[in-house]
Design a protein around this ligand. Structure first.
Ligand code: PBG
Length: 332
């Protein structure tokens, strides 16, 4: 009689109890590795809810300090600021106006942070241009790479002077890291760091972000953001940015690009971050609101998966809530 031999190799042994599972967990979450994106709306007298991102608001300058203090109290590592200007124009003038919303918000956030977390700023023109592109346009309506670099250089100086410690270059122009690095170094800001959104894909998952910053886009971003089918090109972009002097590189969105994240993480000598974007947030919130998934478990799993794939830190709209779950031991 042939009976099946008892298995000698039993991976289930290490899954037997919560204590064992905790001890052998390969990926842990830490509030310090989370960054909260924060929207600040010019002229707002109170926080304004964003309908496609339930639980996320556009802050007013008045509500911003408390939001920063709450993030710091939760142990979150940083905030990434986005400005929502009242007026937009072709060259995105508000971006380089020291009195523009993002730059004012940076000063407010830097003060409120009291050094407890890292104040970071989105360095891109799309929130400030009336056509919604990440750069300025040439006479034929195409995004003009090199003219845009000049605008980014100006933005970098204003943001650094406003107190941003880490500039998030999200515009995907060629040469943007080198251009901004040179501008900073030439003007006495050699200590201001650059987070390069290196592998930023032309993604449908940015949809709710357009609501959040109230921007409408003429056309699409496919001449500068990456084609979602391209894996090798994501790694190449990250390597170029590291060569140009990026202090940190990022993959964005996160959930649909974990392979790119793993590649960049394996090859990079600088920290690698990932951005769990607005659409990734909205999908889980919507499904949870219908009772179709367990909200907390889905949030924790999504961020753990991003960490497991190789992200050293994660930008996520759940940063504060997740940090609280982590601190309560509720996020394994
Ligand atoms: C560009 C920028 C975008 C996001 C962050 N920075 C929009 C875009 O490139 O289309 C999207 C973030 C999100 O969807 O959460 N300033």
């Amino acid at each position: 009689m042939n009976s099946t031999p008892a298995p000698r190799v039993r991976p289930r042994r290490l899954r037997e109890t919560p204590a064992l599972r905790r001890l052998v967990a390969e990926t842990r979450l830490d509030p310090a590795d989370l960054v909260l994106p924060v929207f600040v709306r010019e002229g707002a007298s109170a926080p304004v809810p964003i309908s496609s991102m339930p639980g996320v608001v556009q802050h007013s300058l008045e509500s911003l300090p408390q939001a920063v203090a709450d993030a710091a109290a939760a142990g979150v590592g940083g905030v990434m600021l986005f400005g929502v200007p009242e007026v937009r124009d072709a060259r995105g003038s508000g971006a380089t106006d020291p009195g523009g919303i993002l730059n004012v918000a940076t000063r407010v956030a830097a003060e409120a942070s009291e050094g407890r977390l890292v104040v970071q700023t989105d360095l891109c023109l799309d929130e400030f241009t009336d056509h919604g592109h990440c750069g300025v346009l040439d006479p034929l309506g195409r995004v003009d790479n090199d003219a845009t670099l000049e605008r980014y250089r100006e933005m970098a100086l204003v943001q650094a002077a406003s107190g941003s410690q880490l500039l998030g270059l999200s515009g995907m122009m060629d040469g943007q890291v080198a251009a901004v690095r040179d501008a900073l170094d030439e003007s006495g800001f050699s200590g201001t760091a650059i987070l390069a959104y290196s592998a930023k894909y032309a993604s449908a998952f940015y949809g709710p972000f357009r609501d959040a910053v109230e921007s409408t886009l003429e056309g699409d971003r496919r001449t500068y953001q990456l084609d979602p089918g391209n894996r090798r090109e994501g790694l190449r972009e990250a390597m170029i940015d590291i060569d140009e002097g990026a202090d940190i590189v990022m993959v964005k969105p996160a959930g649909s690009y974990l392979d790119v994240l793993a590649d960049v993480s394996a090859a990079s000598e600088v920290p690698v971050w990932a951005y769990q974007v607005s659409g990734e947030y909205a999908m889980i919130e919507a499904a949870a609101a219908h009772g179709w998934i367990d909200r907390k478990r889905a949030v924790v799993e999504s961020v753990r998966g991003i960490r497991r794939a190789g992200a050293d830190a994660v930008l996520t709209y759940w940063a504060v809530e997740l940090a609280e779950w982590i601190r309560k031991g509720d996020a394994a």
